[in-house]
Design a protein around this ligand. Sequence first.
Ligand code: ATP
Length: 317
Amino acid sequence: MGGRRIIGDIGGTNARFAIAEGGKYRELMHVEVARFGSLHDALTDYLNGLPPALRSGLDGALAVAGPVFGDKVTLTNLGWSFSISDLHRSLGLGSLKVVNDFAATAMAVPHLPGADVFPVGPRTPEAAGPIGIIGPGTGLGVSALIPDGRKWVMVAGEGGHVTLPSASKEEDAIIEVLRKRWSHVSAERVLSGAGLVNLYEALCTIDGSAARALTPADVTRYAIGGTDLQCVRAFSHFCAFLGSAAGDLALTFGATGGIYIAGGILLQFKEAFASSPFRERFERKGRFAGMLAKIPTCLILEESPALLGLAHLPLAG
Ligand SMILES: Nc1ncnc2c1ncn2[C@@H]1O[C@H](COP(=O)(O)OP(=O)(O)OP(=O)(O)O)[C@@H](O)[C@H]1O
């Protein structure tokens, strides 16, 4: 696992930095990314605030919300880009590894304590096999963990950008409205913070009512409080679409080890999520419903699973 390392989970809205050693992390700091012009500036600010003894001899492991192929990395929802080798040099780190944020989240799953996992749907017997991870936040992250003897192989793609599937007439109508805004309606267009607002606005269009200017947090607040019908329906559709996408992920990877849901949004509404159409839609896969019924689905309660994954990430290779 290596020595002491600075770790960072850089999302489209928030970044979290910490110092990890022996698979555990401390000195956690939350940062709003909009406060900084670059990742280098945000990391330097964090490092400068650490006790001097902690600053030296560090390796680095960072998780970013965007694809990581080669040296140049661009964060999908943020507009920051950087060169891994330049950052490695300018921060004076022993080594620096950068991975996709959902790859890091996947790495955390085998290390999650039971108290950090909230089952959604029926209790299933002890599960084994591939694991899928999906999480709506600023964007929609998707990844998988494949068992390989005593190790796990992580797979991080761009599953948030797959075409959004419809499973009902009302979902057909929502997608038709959204297709007027985007020729390709990806899963992320509804399964994200902005996606909650897109769903709310699409439902207003379908109903012929004027949409108010709401934030994602307004939509969930009015939905949970039951004070706005379109918000109630938007949250319900959000959970149903997530059930479809999670079921597709389970089928694609044969994820008999379970589907884990990450991301900051649902953490706040776990009871409402558990009683939503999510699980019914997860299992509604025609002839394969029986296979899906045996697959556990759960919410990850650990607030920064990517950090836990980075604390365990092998730095070599
Ligand atoms: N109470 C809420 N209800 C609904 N959406 C919310 C709520 N609070 C925050 N959000 C939305 O959640 C998103 C941020 O999610 P998260 O906390 O997982 O951040 P992130 O790590 O920056 O995301 P990502 O890693 O996907 O870029 C934003 O779109 C924000 O508007």
